[in-house]
Design a protein around this ligand. Structure first.
Ligand SMILES: [Zn+2]
Length: 59
């Protein structure tokens, strides 16, 4: 966790829901925090970034 991920550009990242496998946008801030549950817009499942099925970060 040495990398600094806090940038002001508001990059959007894609996260895949572990429950329904749909993809949705998550802000970089939430991903970097890692302690804020993400909420899937499709199935309303909430999960931490660590539990995402897959994460695609835009840089
Ligand atoms: Zn879902």
């Amino acid at each position: 966790m040495a990398e600094r991920g806090f940038e002001k550009t508001g990059n959007s990242n894609w996260v895949q829901c572990p429950n329904c496998a749909s993809w949705f946008h998550v802000s970089s801030d939430l991903l970097e925090l890692g302690t804020v549950p993400l909420v899937c817009p499709e199935c309303a499942n909430s999960f931490l970034p660590d539990h995402a099925r897959e994460i695609v970060r835009s840089s």
